[in-house]
Design a protein around this ligand. Structure first.
Ligand SMILES: Cc1cc2nc3c(=O)[nH]c(=O)nc-3n(C[C@H](O)[C@H](O)[C@H](O)COP(=O)(O)O)c2cc1C
Length: 381
């Protein structure tokens, strides 16, 4: 393919370059994937209002996120095992985000550690926290994020237990990826990927080096199931709020009542998210949930949005419905799998350009002015 001008193009390249078990890990969702599909189809159903004969010679995409400057209203969402999509994937992604001027969020279950990313980028980044059974370890992770100067802690709350991703179970996804008779031909035909992963700093969860006994023989799903704490409650959120001096975001809210609870406990932001259709299959799409949550929060904290974002148009739809900004998961992972850091940078450029053109064609010059009037009245939400 010579011309790459969409996230779908990057996805096609990533599919060719990344081993099947890793590509399916990032691409798929839980159970029958109803929610995964709804995230996309409900975004597609929303229509813009085309406006004409307005001077749209220049568009402005900068808009702060949680009071911090951002060159477009998009942040890189946390994704586990990003460093197996491309060797040192977290570092490549963090650098692309830094160079574009948008926030990068590192997952608890990343391959590169908090310290690796700090050292390689020397730019503040956000840290996403999974509360684990060992609260001492959870607390140590918070200390490490603070020591690394992370301005934002993002507590993910929608995974007390893991939704089954059938492909992962069938593919025998493991940490580190194993060479088996079944996948040998597939991996053998992905030399770029093998080279990038072999050159990478680590083959394990960098943040959990002391916590994970020996995952070489353990499937990822089993490990997650054994470590994540199903008894986490709002009391834990309150404790983390009291403990964390920086901004706190709660990720994985779909319900207005939960949104109000998070605000009452002092969250600076919430993310309307269903984990990219990877957890509760049958949950409402995030774009449908967004307006209710925005109403419930009533401006008391920032409302961020993720789920199905594959274009600049998608981000503008979410902002029109009240989000302050969006996060991306798969869109940047496709870029990373396709071409490493350059692929993430390209994904961000594609999305930004789409946002600029869409703003112009809706008669708007500044993303800070976007509101519901950007959408067609009959927009199906
Ligand atoms: C491969 C993959 C790994 C993910 N890992 C995490 C994670 O470690 N922590 C987390 O809070 N969310 C995780 N998520 C969810 C994303 O942060 C985000 O909510 C989701 O990808 C948004 O949907 P999208 O992929 O359609 O953009 C992951 C998503 C994917 C695709």
């Amino acid at each position: 393919m010579t011309v790459i001008n969409s996230i779908a193009d990057l996805r096609e390249i990533a599919k060719r370059r990344v081993p099947k078990s890793i590509f399916e890990y990032l691409d798929h969702g839980s159970y029958d994937e109803h929610t995964l599909r709804a995230n996309r189809s409900d975004l597609d159903a929303i229509k813009f209002r085309q406006r004409v004969l307005i001077d749209v010679a220049r568009q402005q995409l900068t808009r702060p996120i949680l009071g911090m400057p951002a060159n477009m209203p998009l942040a890189i969402g946390p994704t586990g095992m990003c460093g197996f999509v491309h060797g040192d994937g977290e570092i490549h992604t963090a650098r692309a985000a830094r160079d574009f001027g948008i926030p990068f969020c590192l997952s608890t279950v990343s391959i590169c550690s908090i310290e690796d990313v700090k050292q390689a980028t020397n730019t503040p980044f956000w840290f996403q926290l999974y509360v684990m059974k060992d609260r001492g370890y959870t607390s140590a992770l918070i200390d490490r994020a603070e020591a690394a100067g992370c301005p934002v802690l993002m507590m993910t709350v929608d995974i007390p237990v893991s939704g089954l991703r059938r492909r992962d179970a069938k593919n025998g996804l493991s940490v580190p990826p194993k060479l088996t008779l079944r996948n040998a031909i597939d991996i053998g035909t992905k030399p770029r990927w093998v080279w990038s992963v072999l050159r990478g700093k680590r083959r394990h969860f960098g943040n959990l080096a002391d916590a994970v006994p020996d995952t070489a023989a353990t499937s990822f799903a089993q490990w997650v199931a054994s470590q994540f704490d199903a008894s986490v409650t709002w009391k834990d959120l309150a404790k983390i709020r009291a403990r964390w001096p920086g901004k706190l975001i709660v990720k994985g809210i779909l319900d207005p009542q939960d949104a109000r609870e998070a605000v009452a406990l002092g969250a600076d932001g919430i993310i309307v998210s269903n984990h990219g259709g990877r957890q509760l299959d049958g949950a409402v799409s995030t774009i449908r949930a967004l307006p209710r949550v925005v109403d419930a929060v009533a401006g008391r904290c920032e409302v961020l949005f993720d789920g199905g974002v594959r274009s600049g148009q998608d981000i503008l739809k979410a902002i029109a419905l009240g989000a302050n900004a969006a996060l991306t998961g798969r869109a940047y992972l496709y870029g990373l799998g396709a071409m490493g850091e350059a692929g993430v940078a390209l994904a961000l450029q594609i999305i930004a350009r789409e946002m600029q053109v869409t703003l112009a064609l809706t008669g708007c010059n500044d993303v800070r002015d976007v509101d519901r009037s950007l959408l067609d009245d009959e927009a199906a939400v």
